[in-house]
Ligand binder design. Structure first.
Ligand SMILES: [Zn+2]
Length: 103
């Protein structure tokens, strides 16, 4: 390896091969991509922000739906338990399965 084939790592500044896909010293990945990133940092940040918020929104919605589902299950279980406590299991099932007839 000749010095002309070496360049400083952008992360740790150790001499590494220009052809290296990642720095053997600190593990910084794909140095060509790192150079591109520093040139177009602002654009990349904006695009990354949009990607992040879209992904986060989907994850947030999924978590929200899951949370609501779990809460509804818990609330339903609690309501059912209360009904069972007050009316007994048979009457509670009757109340839940035939609410219109009851009303
Ligand atoms: Zn490095």
């Amino acid at each position: 390896m000749t010095p002309s084939n070496l360049k400083p790592c952008p992360d740790c500044e150790q001499p590494i091969s220009k052809l290296a896909a990642f720095c053997p010293h600190c593990g910084a990945p794909d140095l060509k991509q790192a150079d591109e990133r520093s040139k177009t940092r602002e654009l990349e940040v904006v695009v990354t922000d949009i990607d992040m918020s879209l992904g986060n929104m989907i994850i947030f919605l999924l978590k929200w739906v899951a949370a609501v589902f779990v809460v509804l299950l818990i609330v339903g279980a609690v309501v059912f338990a209360v009904l069972v406590a007050f009316y007994g299991a048979g009457e509670a099932l009757h109340l839940i399965l035939n609410p219109v007839r009851r009303a």
